[in-house]
Design a protein around this ligand. Structure first.
Ligand code: SME
Length: 163
C-alpha cells in the first residue's frame, strides 16, 4: 500500500476502524516483526496523537538469564529500557496476561514513571499461543483517557501481529 496514512476525525470507534484497516494493510504479507511493530506504533501515534505509544517485548537478559520486557519500537520521548515481570503497569500486564487500564498512574502501585508527563495508561498483552510475548503500552498526558473501547480495538490490533 501507499505509505501515506489517511487520518480521520470523528468518534473514537471511527478512528479505530479506519486505523485498524490501514494497519492490517501495512503489515499483511510483511514478515519482519520489528518493521511491523514500528509501523503500528507510528500509525497509532499519527491517528491519536498520544504522548507515547510503543512496544515492550519479552526477551532473555543474557547477563542474568532472566526474561524481561525490553523496549521495542515506539513513538514519543525516550523511555525505560527494561521492565521486570510484575513491575509497573507493563510488567503486571505481562504477569497477569491481561489488559490493564490505569485512569491515574499516580494511583497505580509500582507504576514506573518513564516520564512525569504521563497521566493515564493502557497496556495490552501480545500473545503467541498461550504465552505473552510482549505488550503494547499507550500513555496519555491527560487523566482517564482509556476505556473498554480502547481495550477492544487495541486487543484486535495486537492480534494482527505475527511473532
Ligand atoms: N509506565 C509504564 C512504563 C513504560 S513507560 O510509560 C513508556 C509502566 O508502569 O509499566
Amino acid at each position: 500500500m501507499a505509505e501515506d496514512l489517511n487520518i480521520v476525525s470523528g468518534s473514537k470507534q471511527e478512528k479505530y476502524i479506519s486505523i485498524t484497516q490501514q494497519i492490517e494493510a501495512l503489515i499483511t504479507g510483511e514478515p519482519d516483526l520489528t518493521a511491523n511493530l514500528a509501523n503500528i506504533a507510528a500509525a497509532l501515534k499519527e491517528q491519536f496523537g498520544w504522548f507515547w505509544v510503543g512496544f515492550y517485548m519479552v526477551k532473555e537478559n543474557t547477563n542474568t538469564g532472566n526474561y524481561e520486557l525490553v523496549l521495542g519500537p515506539f513513538q514519543g520521548p525516550v523511555a525505560c529500557t527494561r521492565i521486570a515481570k510484575g513491575r509497573g503497569v507493563c510488567g503486571t500486564s505481562w504477569a497477569k496476561g491481561e489488559t490493564i487500564i490505569v485512569a491515574d498512574v499516580e494511583k497505580f502501585p509500582g507504576h514506573i514513571a518513564c516520564s512525569s508527563a504521563s497521566k493515564s495508561e493502557i497496556v495490552v498483552p501480545i500473545f503467541k499461543d498461550a504465552s505473552v510475548v510482549g505488550v503494547l503500552d499507550v500513555d496519555s498526558e491527560l487523566l482517564d483517557q482509556f476505556d473498554t473501547i480502547d481495550q477492544q480495538y487495541l486487543e484486535a490490533i495486537v492480534a494482527l501481529i505475527r511473532h
